[in-house]
Design a protein around this ligand. Structure first.
Ligand SMILES: [Zn+2]
Ligand SMILES: [Zn+2]
Length: 242
């Protein structure tokens, strides 16, 4: 199973899981033309799309997903915010499982400044993956994980530096604390979960002003002993089972 990253930041999020015959799209925050290109214009293999919340960097192009015939999972608030109602707009219920092709998808509550979910995604070719972005924390532990995609938006140190040098407004600090994941929280989440069958960790949604990609990668690598990537457009990873 391949993971293709089309975007992972406040300027747009979209990821594709693709095993050659089935594709699942995660997030709809990238222009649909880009998504089609990444799918080699083979839209028939798309088994569905899952969206975490209504912010435009995740859901701006959700209508294009539905209009293309993709069954799309999102919270009721997302459909209401985007004014999209169609037989393919599926309303997510947290804790309820969904099947999209051979993907099994389980939404769970995230902790953001608007209603938001993370997804536990299972496929025979990949095993179990957790996907959590735009969440200041995670109170859940997951069993039997093979792949971890987790937000690592900022570090307190970088944030303070950015505020001191005027790159980040002091008023943004309060919002970040309750809406995005800090490096220490990310490491705490990884520590709380059994990583013995995890083959790699992908850090998501790094802030442009308040993060430090090489440092975040080395910190998480040092902390977990796993291979760590930072998601960015063009990154493609083989998600093999170990
Ligand atoms: Zn976001
Ligand atoms: Zn958001």
């Amino acid at each position: 199973m391949k993971l293709i990253v089309l975007g992972s930041s406040s300027s747009g999020n979209c990821y594709i899981l693709d095993n050659g015959t089935e594709s699942l799209i995660i997030e709809a925050g990238i222009r649909f033309q880009e998504v089609k290109k990444a799918l080699d214009f083979n839209l028939r293999k798309v088994v569905g799309c899952v969206v975490t919340h209504a912010h435009n960097d995740h859901a701006k192009y959700i209508k294009a997903m539905v209009d293309s015939g993709f069954h799309t999972l999102a919270l009721r608030e997302v459909w209401t915010a985007k004014g999209v109602w169609d037989s393919r707009s599926l309303v997510v219920k947290e804790g309820k499982g969904y099947k999209m092709g051979n993907f099994k998808v389980l939404p769970f509550p995230a902790c953001h400044d608007v209603p938001c979910v993370g997804y536990l995604i299972d496929h025979p070719d990949m095993g179990k993956m957790v996907f959590l972005t735009d969440s200041c924390m995670c109170e859940y532990q997951f069993k039997g994980l093979n792949h971890v995609l987790i937000e690592c938006n900022y570090s307190d140190k970088k944030l303070i530096e950015a505020i001191t040098t005027g790159r980040t407004l002091p008023s943004q600090r309060e919002r970040l604390l309750t809406s995005h994941m800090e490096l220490t929280t990310c490491k705490g989440f990884l520590e709380a979960n059994d990583l013995s069958h995890v083959s790699e960790i992908v850090l998501l949604h790094l802030s442009e002003n308040n993060s430090d990609e090489p440092y975040f990668i080395s910190e998480v690598e040092r902390h977990t002993g796993k291979v760590v990537y930072a998601a960015k457009p063009g990154l493609t990873i083989d998600l093999d089972r170990i």
